[in-house]
Design a binder for this molecule. Sequence first.
Ligand code: M6R
Length: 362
Amino acid sequence: SKGGYQHFMIKEIYEQPNAIRETFEGNIEDPALIKAAEMISSSNRIFLTAAGTSYHASLVFSKILARRARLFSYPIISSEMSYVSSSLQSDDLVIAVSQSGETYDTLQAIREAKKMGAKIIAVTNVLGSAIVRESDFSLYTRAGPEIGVAATKTFLSQIMLLEMLSSFISYEIKTIDKDEKNNILNYLKYAPNLLQSSLEASDTLIPFLINFHKKNSSYILGRGLGSAIAMEGALKIKEITYLHAESYPAGESKHGPIALIEKDFPVYIVSTSDAYEIAGNAIEMAARNAKVIVVKPADLRLELKEDKRNIYFAEMPPSNNILELEPFILTPLFQILAYRLAVERGYNPDKPRNLAKTVTVE
Ligand code: M6R
């Protein structure tokens, strides 16, 4: 049931602090994380394969893993796997991330990887799903069932689980010591509270943002970790409001997309602690009369030396420069914005046109 909420989507958005708490508590003592970390650290190359929102969670994982474990992983959109799978080898490992565990493209991707002899680890929310059955090993997000077509709580639960995994891998390969690992895990334990504050901060900003978002198109930009959060934000807006939202790494602006900027074009800048240079992108957009909103943890300092006209700030809870916490702090604003915009425009966010919750066809 919708438990008093108008739609499943908003219910699931508000359920997120609980969902990620369940993910944390359900996995922290489970030897599966240690086993997965061992499998990963003894493999040659790590590939990540997923679609849609799960792909964005994989991108977050890839950035965190590079930072903490100094390990490069290859994120591949599931439906693109067949174009590279011939390069896979038997000492490679593929992590398939899928909320439902039933997505056709992801299932095909792991079948192709298996043919090449690679090992597969599934990260899903559904016990006994097809992807689980066809994988060598599985981890579970334990976010509870998600009914809304737009993935919300499962996204942050995937991130929680993958960040836990990243700290186990980093410890396994000794790029962090026991204290650092425990530190990260302690921060993650605290993430549900931060997420709760972030939901509240986002709610407060919605009237302003609805007014801000007056064009049929928008950019959502970020660097580093922020680019993955931006991609998820743009997908949420497209999927349920039917407004165009485009996301790309902010540094690419001057290589083409900035040509589209005109007066009052909405540009969101997702600012994370791995990407200080982003202030320049905000300024270059504002100088062309875009309306810029910088979404950032309150304690992250951005040097905006020049004219700050047209630059607004969405201050979210502080992250203390802990990269792992920033997806929980910066994602909710876009989820709630997409939801409110959809409702405002008269659409049912639970049942977006042309979409199914689980895409089991080619
Ligand atoms: O069940 P999966 O995680 O494999 O699904 C992947 C995508 O189809 C899914 O994330 C889709 O993009 C959602 N509608 C996003 O909100």
